[in-house]
Ligand binder design. Structure first.
Ligand code: CS2
Length: 494
């Protein structure tokens, strides 16, 4: 790549005409939103909806973006005045859009006070989060705060300079209250069931451990709408950067790659006002739960199943996995026969079309969405993606063998060695616990028995259920004996 000139406010005018760019004066936007976790997903989703709102003339909603861990996003975006490209790709082509909704970048570990100051500005009406499942510091099976989590312990001991998202949120709420400022709305945009309620419960408990009065304030005064968010956003690669620079005629070191599809369903419960995200296609409803269940169980449940089985069968991306024999039939049956019957009806949603769209989104080979990327943090994802669905199936006395296969594939993956005996780089907050529990074991019954003891993941009901144990053990036995490719063939037709 030879393009030296960088995307920035100064060079915006040099973009080729086909590239969409901010249609508003960026110097006039007020920072009405603080967002925690400015990863690729946020930048391809909420930041784009907000860019549209700013473009419609309502300039109150600039986003101050905070990284809670590394400085790399700030380091890449600061020289670009927060501008970056969103590339929406499928087999038919690629649409580029330069997004301008960023109105500041903070790296929390470098300067926690700067983030708290941003969160306590009077014009801030909204604090939103994409901190991934593990960022909530909760036990995924129960949704309750993990009071033994090192960041939570730290933040209770030193509330004025927090590490965790929850610590920042509660400290900012306390400071605003002390200063007599109106509270902000807290908006979770992570793939958790009832994400608003989950966030609120965790924040209430954390506040209670600090001060019961603060906890009552959080309970009574803070709105936490739930949301369903959806857009597939794989990690950006160097070849992606080079291709984008070629099309922009400018260097952008931090573009995001995504699909044309995007969906956002939001519970309309904002105490301090909100952007009119409906201008960009968001849907505001009274109750998001049914949308969330549909998305978490159909999209994310299928995604995780594809990721573990696909990785084990030697496939690098979701699209490659979908093209391999048996996988798309397996996923179709999983969705139609085992997941759909657990979903409450949703007026206005054509489930058959929704599922057909999912299969074609998974087949989008213009996106190189790595199975390894989706396989990350499985211990935090399994409950809402597969296990709660299995609970419903068990309750209805209905079969769930393909869901059990997804769980078994996670177990096979979590053991840390692939089918050729090579080590797997298992990224998971429970990786060490999983490794030590399964060390030296090689039978399906030993391995599943050991992993089922992870109460944060499986609770106490599932491990005690003989039908569940038997199904998982059976699928794991087959994976160990025959490998993932042959097991998929077996389960797609069984
Ligand atoms: C994926 C999700 O990485 C994962 O676990 O399943 O990030 C998925 O791509 C999004 O939820 C799609 O909306």
């Amino acid at each position: 790549m030879t393009t030296a000139k960088r995307l920035s406010n100064k060079t915006l005018g040099e973009l080729p005409p086909a590239i969409t760019r901010p249609a508003y004066d960026r110097s006039l936007i007020a920072p009405g939103i603080v967002h925690l976790g400015i990863g690729a997903f946020h930048r391809a989703h909420q930041a784009v909806y907000t860019d549209t709102v700013l473009g419609s003339g309502d300039l109150r909603w600039g986003i101050v973006g905070a990284s809670l861990r590394s400085a790399e996003t700030r380091d890449a975006l600061a020289p670009q005045d927060g501008l970056y490209t969103v590339a929406a790709r499928n087999g038919e082509g690629e649409q580029l859009r330069v997004v301008g909704s960023s109105s500041g970048l903070v790296v929390a570990p470098e300067d926690p006070q700067a983030l708290l100051t941003a969160m306590t500005r009077p014009e801030v009406k909204l604090v939103s989060l994409t901190v991934t499942e593990k960022g909530y510091c909760h036990a995924p099976a129960s949704g309750t705060l993990d009071e033994t989590h090192p960041d939570i312990r730290h933040d209770l001991a030193a509330p004025g300079s927090p590490h965790s998202a929850i610590g920042f949120v509660v400290e900012a709420i306390a400071r605003r209250r002390a200063a007599g400022l109106a509270p902000f709305t807290l908006l979770s945009c992570d793939n958790l069931p009832a994400n608003g309620r989950t966030l609120k419960n965790v924040a209430i408990r954390f506040a209670e451990l600090r001060d019961p009065d603060l906890s009552r304030y959080v309970a009574d005064e803070i709105s936490c709408p739930s949301t369903m968010v959806d857009r597939i956003v794989p990690a950006t690669t160097d070849p992606d950067r080079a291709a984008i620079a070629e099309r922009l005629g400018l260097a952008d070191t931090w573009p995001v790659m995504t699909e044309p599809f995007s969906q956002w369903v939001i519970e309309d419960d904002f105490s301090a006002g909100r952007p009119e995200w409906e201008e960009a296609g968001a849907i505001f409803v009274k109750d998001v739960d049914a949308y969330e269940l549909m998305k978490l169980r159909l999209l994310n449940g299928s995604h995780s199943t594809l990721a573990y089985l696909g990785y084990l069968a030697g496939h690098e991306t979701v699209a490659e996995t979908m093209a391999a024999p048996g996988f798309s039939e397996l996923i179709k049956k999983l969705m139609d026969e085992e997941v759909s019957p657990t979903l409450p009806p949703l007026p206005g949603i054509d489930l058959t079309a929704y599922k057909a769209d999912l299969l074609s989104r998974f087949r989008n080979s213009a996106l190189r969405h790595r199975t390894w990327q989706i396989a990350m943090d499985g211990s935090q994802k399994l409950p809402q993606r597969l296990l709660n669905t299995i609970r419903d199936r068990l309750g209805a006395g209905a079969p769930f063998s393909r869901l059990a296969l997804g769980v078994a594939a996670w177990m096979r993956y979590a053991c840390g060695t692939d089918e050729k005996g090579r080590q797997i780089d298992v990224r998971d907050p429970l990786a060490a616990a999983m490794r030590s529990r399964t060390q030296g074991m090689d039978t399906a019954s030993e391995l599943s028995g050991a992993l089922l003891q992870l109460e944060q993941v499986f609770g106490i009901d599932l491990p005690a259920n003989p039908e569940f144990r038997a199904s998982v053990e059976m699928a794991l036995g087959r994976l160990l004996r025959s490998g993932a490719a042959a097991t998929v063939q077996h389960f797609r037709s069984s």
